[in-house]
Structures are given as structure tokens and as C-alpha cells.
Design a protein around this ligand. Sequence first.
Ligand code: ADP
Length: 274
Amino acid sequence: MSKTLKHIDDVIRVAPGAGASLSARDPVCDRLFPDKSEAEHATAADAEAIDALQDKLWAERKRALLVVLQGIDTSGKDGTVRGVFNRCGPLGVCVTSFGRPSEQELAHDYLWRVHVAMPKKGMIGVFNRSHYEDVLVVKVRGLAPSEVVEQRYDQINGFEKHLTENGVTILKFMLHISKDEQKQRLQERLDDPNKHWKFNPGDLEDRALWDDYQRAYDIMLERCSTEHAPWRVVPADKKWRRNAIIAAVVRATLEEMNPRYPEPEWKAGEFRIE
Ligand code: ADP
């Protein structure tokens, strides 16, 4: 494991089997990337490197990387996609946003739509929300019986194990913001006419359920941080720090995957282009 990844993981990785205890985690955390301008430079360099590594991943076409982004409203899921994957060619990255399930999706089991959205070999897939909504919003708002939700943690772990055994490396990031920071971000959406479209009165209902969501996140982090797909809790009150951390982890993970350009069966010298 690279030194950078170890340094970051000592702070953000949820050890399998251990509690994550969100309330004890600092959403600012200036121990990581203390300097804003250095963080921004590092993010830009990492974004370039991620693009180059994805190119090799595509050429090799044997494995895929899945990046799961979870977090409450305004936690910065969209901003992370823009900030970390902005150097990647549009051919190499597929972003899927999971909203309320459609009638057709509800007619299947809850993992059906997730499996369909998996990145194919060679691609980086990014999930903006994910199958974890099925143990978060569904639990908090009582959209399924509690026994049904209870079974899902193990089902999700099994599903992710299946994926990792079939060539998908999974990175899971929970974007951790404070209640005060959410208040400010929601207020900005009300104050700036260009952000009105982002404001959804339903977000205030979820904000009123803040403590319930924090509890549901705690349980999810404890039950579903596994060796094959660990959770990382990213301090996300500072957008630039959030991006720097996630970019560094994605880059280090791709470097560890070490994709290589395949050797052709011919020699370049055998050909002459007239
Ligand atoms: P976002 O808030 O991520 O920008 P939307 O405004 O489309 O995007 O919100 C998506 C909504 O869909 C969220 O309120 C989320 O809780 C909800 N959602 C996602 N997955 C599920 C699910 N499996 N069951 C019920 N609601 C879900």
C-alpha cells in the first residue's frame, strides 16, 4: 500500500467489524491536506493520473473500478464527480445517479437496477447514491418492513463479494458533513436564484430526520465495511479537502490495480504504412 493511501486510510477507513461512530469523526479534519492550495494542486495531478490509468484499464479490458458515493443532501456527491473525474475522457467513466425507484425497478429485487448499472470491464463506474439507499432512506422512512431491511446488510456484502471476485474493485465513500454545514449549503440554494433548481422542499423533511439518518449511516458503516469493500468516511465540510482525499484514494487504488497495455501479437516493425 502506498504511503499516501496509508496516511489517509489511518483516518478515514472503517475497519471491518468496528463501529464507525460518525459523531466521533471530524467533518473538517485538517490533519489531512491542511493547505488548500496544495490540496487543489494534488487533486489536479491525481485527476490527470486517474485518466491515464483508466486508459490502460480500458486497453486491458479485464477489470473495472466502482466508486460509490453516499451522503445526505448537499454532502457533495455531484461536486465530487466534477472535481475528481473531470480529466477522464467521457468514454471511460459512467456515472449513475440512483433516485426513487421506478415502477419497473420496484417490480424487481432492489439490487437489480444496481447490477445493471455496474461498470463493464475497462470502465470506471461512479454511483451517485447507490444500493445503500435501500438501508438508509428505506430504513429511516419505513419504506420496507424492518425485517426486510435487516436482511439487506448481509445480502449487500454477498453481492459486493460476488462483484469483487468477478473483477470489480469497489471503493465506497461516505461524504460526512456537519449539520451546520448542511444548513449553510441549503441556505445558499435559497439565496442564489441560480441554485433554486437544486432546492427541494423534501430535503427539509430529511434534515428534520438528521439523527435517524446518522444512526442509519452508523449501522450501515458497521455492518457493510468489509475486507473486500471497506467504507471510507470522508471529512466533507471543505469541498477541496473532500476532493483531494477521494482523488488520492482513487489514484492509489488504480495504481495498485496496475493495469497494463496489452502486448500485441505482432511487431510494429512488421508494418509499413504507405
Ligand atoms: P439528489 O438529491 O441525489 O441530488 P434527487 O433529488 O433525484 O437527487 O434525489 C434522489 C432521491 O431518491 C433521494 O431523496 C433519495 O433518498 C431517493 N432514493 C434513492 N434511492 C432510493 C430507494 N432505493 N428508495 C427510495 N428512495 C430512494
